[in-house]
Design a protein around this ligand. Structure first.
Ligand code: FPP
Length: 273
């Protein structure tokens, strides 16, 4: 995906050429999927883990180099404690069971979000999985747990200001981009399942130029073909990063037009009493 902007102002807008895509997924609809079947919500989360496995397996083959999954938002603490504990247990189980497969297939696992409120059992599995898969080169899998994008932005800004006193806006933006991207770059494609069309405090800074794909499909039903379809939809879209469709032959005409408009405007301004 080539940007038409000068490199100097392009620092935070797109993934580097040849790096592969960064796809982020808001995995929504587990609860509805289960209750529609007359089951408890946790059954939906369990089925959601199977969808995670399908997607992680297929993603590298589709040119996805970075995959960020929204597993538990900081707002999810408002849910009944039993559901919260079940989600943590499922994430821990996934990390334990899949650790060796992730390592063997070159997937590097990283958890993003706050760690200070997570149960010890989950922290142990996160640490073990991060250590075991640290050498993975094929795909960087980030699981967002107790994550809030606003909180991450505020924390990064506070760190930067604390470090260097008041900074220029440009220095602050560059520092924020560096801190928030943390070597994974911007989101190219953001997918949300479950029919809702909102970002829910997920990767707000990193998704500034992301293409958004919303699907009514509930997360437990999401599979490889749905991921392929979303990536195909992304590839059909033209990413302009605020520029124009093409640097084409219109340029000369546009320049002449704007000179004429500017001349007319100055004539108009000069006529004003
Ligand atoms: C949103 O659906 C889903 C969650 C808050 C939990 C997501 C967790 C998993 C898929 C399981 C574990 C994840 C990993 C990475 C192994 P919802 O409950 O809000 O659904 P609803 O909108 O239908 O109520």
């Amino acid at each position: 995906m080539q940007s038409r902007l000068p490199a100097s102002i392009n620092f935070a807008m797109q993934s580097e050429a040849g790096e592969g895509l960064h796809v982020a997924i808001i995995m929504d609809g587990n609860g509805r999927w289960a209750t529609r079947r007359g089951w408890r919500r946790v059954a939906g989360h369990r089925a959601g883990v199977a969808a995670v496995r399908r997607v992680v397996e297929r993603a590298p083959e589709l040119g996805i180099a970075r995959l960020t999954l929204y597993a538990f938002s900081s707002d999810n603490w408002r849910r009944p404690s039993l559901e919260v504990q079940s989600i943590f247990s499922l994430i821990a189980a996934y990390l334990r069971i899949e650790r060796e497969r992730l390592r063997a297939t070159g997937v590097r696992l990283e958890a993003i979000g706050r760690r200070d409120r997570l149960p010890r059992l989950l922290l142990r599995e996160i640490d073990a999985c991060e250590v075991a898969t640290a050498g993975g080169q094929r795909m960087h899998l980030r699981v967002a747990v107790d994550y809030s994008s606003r909180e991450a932005i505020a924390r990064a800004a506070a760190d930067l200001v604390g470090e260097g006193g008041m900074q220029s806006q440009e220095a602050l933006e560059r520092g924020l981009a560096a801190a928030l991207d943390a070597a994974v770059g911007n989101v190219d494609l953001l997918i949300r399942t479950g029919g809702e069309k909102r970002l829910s405090d997920f990767l707000l800074w990193e998704s500034a130029y992301a293409e958004l794909v919303f699907t009514d499909r509930m997360w437990p039903d999401f599979d490889e073909t749905n991921l392929e379809a979303a990536v195909a939809e992304f590839r059909r879209r033209e990413r302009r990063f605020g520029g124009v469709p093409t640097a084409n032959t219109e340029t000369a005409t546009v320049a002449a037009d704007s000179e004429r408009v500017a001349a007319e405007l100055s004539a108009e301004v000069l006529r004003t009493p």
